[in-house]
Design a protein around this ligand. Structure first.
Ligand code: ADP
Length: 171
């Protein structure tokens, strides 16, 4: 019986966008299990708590693959150490542009140095999502622009609600 091939898809997912979902869907074609891993980064001030981000990932990905093939989890510290603990053979990253490539390149090399048995698999962003980032979606929504088609249906209303609360607490 072959062992199941597990990939980790790490990121901030603050919030999950349709670009992320597209990558998760494509990764399930390559791996038996995909663990979407929300990085708990004490240096960043996220809009959503890590638990909220995990919940949105689980809800948005529920229909993509058979139960158990996509999981969501939290992690902190070294990515390759987390990946090894999960028994993963690969880390998935998305490339939208040359800037993403330049950002990933040293991390891929360092991770290969630390854990040569874990491969980083970079998937090119789909054309229709290559302009999409969590940061831009938040900016567009904060200025009243339409985010339809940019984020999953469960994410949109929560994002608008959270931005409203933020504005109220700031004023
Ligand atoms: P990070 O802080 O690790 O960049 P993000 O949540 O912004 O976290 O992104 C997680 C991963 O998803 C990264 O590899 C990023 O390049 C990729 N990604 C983000 N947006 C898109 C998109 N629109 N299409 C494809 N990949 C994307």
């Amino acid at each position: 019986m072959p062992t199941s091939r597990i990939a980790i898809f790490p990121g901030s997912f603050d919030p999950l966008t349709n670009g992320h979902v597209d990558l998760i869907r494509r990764a399930t074609r390559l791996f038996d299990r995909v663990i979407v891993a929300v990085l708990m980064n004490p240096d960043k001030q996220p809009l959503f708590t890590a638990d909220e981000r995990v919940a949105m990932i689980l809800e948005s990905c529920a229909g993509i693959a058979a139960p158990g093939r996509i999981e969501a989890d939290l992690f902190e510290g070294l990515l390759v150490a987390y990946a090894a603990r999960q028994g993963a053979c690969a880390v998935i990253r998305g490339l939208r542009s040359g800037a993403d490539f330049d950002y990933e390149r040293p991390m891929v090399s360092m991770n290969a140095h630390l854990a040569p048995e874990i491969e980083t698999v970079c998937l090119l962003a789909a054309d229709r999502y290559a302009h999409l980032s969590s940061r831009l979606v938040k900016e567009v929504a904060a200025h009243g622009g339409s985010i339809e088609g940019l984020v999953p249906e469960t994410v949109g209303p929560r994002l608008l609600d959270r931005l409203k609360t933020e504005t109220r607490t700031r004023s």
